[in-house]
Design a binder for this molecule. Structure first.
Ligand code: 5GP
Ligand code: MN
Length: 322
């Protein structure tokens, strides 16, 4: 574990602070938003001035997460006592907010990414944790925070999404124990699951169908490679967020061990990678300047879609033929 502080020490620093700004990675997911929302609410309940600062938008399917403490006003608090970065240990993953993070008198980082080096003055990185939300929960317990149903629901949302609804191998006994504790706060897990998985817009379904249609299956069907372009999105009246789950859709296919999905985003291509049982996609992502976990990783390629597909095919060849 690459940490230079314990959760207890980080809890102590937060307790001693008055103004706290929370940061997460770009394109925030359920774990990033859930951990930020929960920690801000817990800190507010302790009488502190706490906000989570964003520059990106929140994807539609995560709008149900408690956003009372989210702000896009970067100057809302100046010279904060503490900056804490959650679910992100890589400066490249929150480029627009690094300066603001560094304005904090004390800088903290709590994360669960395997590729995390840790940064800031005090960092706690546990790659065995399924989600940063697990660590945020343990941190709040260390702080002696008053956890309520709203906090528990934010934590549940992050654990649920990062474990693929408790299906992935990262879901440990600790994950289930924490989730059992969350249930004690009366969380409405059925409603959260409906919002996460059973409220899919038709445009999203259409872009899944279009992506499946264009997907290639390589190495005897072990690898599925798919992509979405602006043109495909326009045709389906979909947004790029609607394609976020397409990589999981490809992994779900019988015989597929590794799924790679490319999304056109302006002049860049965002690559998402997943594996099912034994392959390590983090190796491929890291070789291309990205990172993540063994079974879920990603990177951004600054090139055209055509070149990005070729780059990924080359990286796949290096991986599967060695
Ligand atoms: P996703 O494919 O859902 O965007 O990301 C899957 C996992 O890979 C997440 O844990 C995410 O943090 C990590 N990841 C995705 N893109 C990048 C990237 O560009 N750099 C790094 N270091 N990690 C990434
Ligand atoms: Mn996470």
């Amino acid at each position: 574990m690459k940490s230079n502080a314990s959760l207890k020490e980080i809890a102590g620093i937060l307790k001693a602070a008055q103004s706290i700004l929370v940061f997460t990675h770009t394109n925030p997911d359920g774990d990033a938003l859930g951990s930020a929302a929960a920690l801000c609410r817990a800190l507010r309940k302790m009488g502190k001035d706490a906000w989570a600062v964003f520059t990106d938008h929140i994807p539609e399917y995560l709008h149900f997460i408690d956003d009372e403490y989210f702000t896009w006003d970067i100057d809302l608090i100046k010279n904060q006592d503490v900056s804490i970065c959650l679910d992100c240990s890589d400066y490249d993953r929150f480029p627009t907010l690094i300066d603001k993070f560094n304005d904090g008198k004390t800088k903290l980082c709590v994360d669960h990414h395997a590729t995390a080096d840790g940064f800031g003055d005090y960092y706690y990185v546990d790659s065995d944790a399924a989600a940063t939300c697990e660590l945020a929960y343990m941190l709040m317990v260390e702080m002696g925070a008053e956890i309520d149903k709203t906090i528990a629901e934010s934590i549940y949302a992050g654990i649920n999404t990062d474990t693929g609804s408790f299906r992935y191998s990262n879901a440990t006994s600790q994950t289930h124990r924490i989730t059992a504790e969350l249930m004690e706060y009366g969380i409405d897990h059925t409603s959260i699951n409906v919002k996460l998985y059973q409220t899919i817009g038709l445009a999203k379904m259409r872009i899944q169908a279009a992506s499946l249609d264009k997907a290639e299956f390589l190495y005897d069907g072990k690898v599925a490679l798919g992509f979405v372009t602006d043109e495909m999105l326009k045709k389906a009246s979909a947004t790029v967020d609607d394609a976020d789950d397409n990589v999981d859709m490809l992994r779900n296919i019988e015989g597929v061990e590794m799924a790679v999905f490319l999304k056109e985003k302006g002049d860049n291509v965002k690559v998402s990678m997943r594996s099912k049982s034994y392959a390590n996609v983090n190796e491929i992502a890291a070789s291309l300047g990205g990172g993540g976990h063994a079974k879920a990783a990603g990177c951004t390629l600054e090139m055209s879609m055509e070149d990005a597909i070729e780059t990924m095919k080359k990286a796949l060849e290096d991986y599967w033929q060695n």
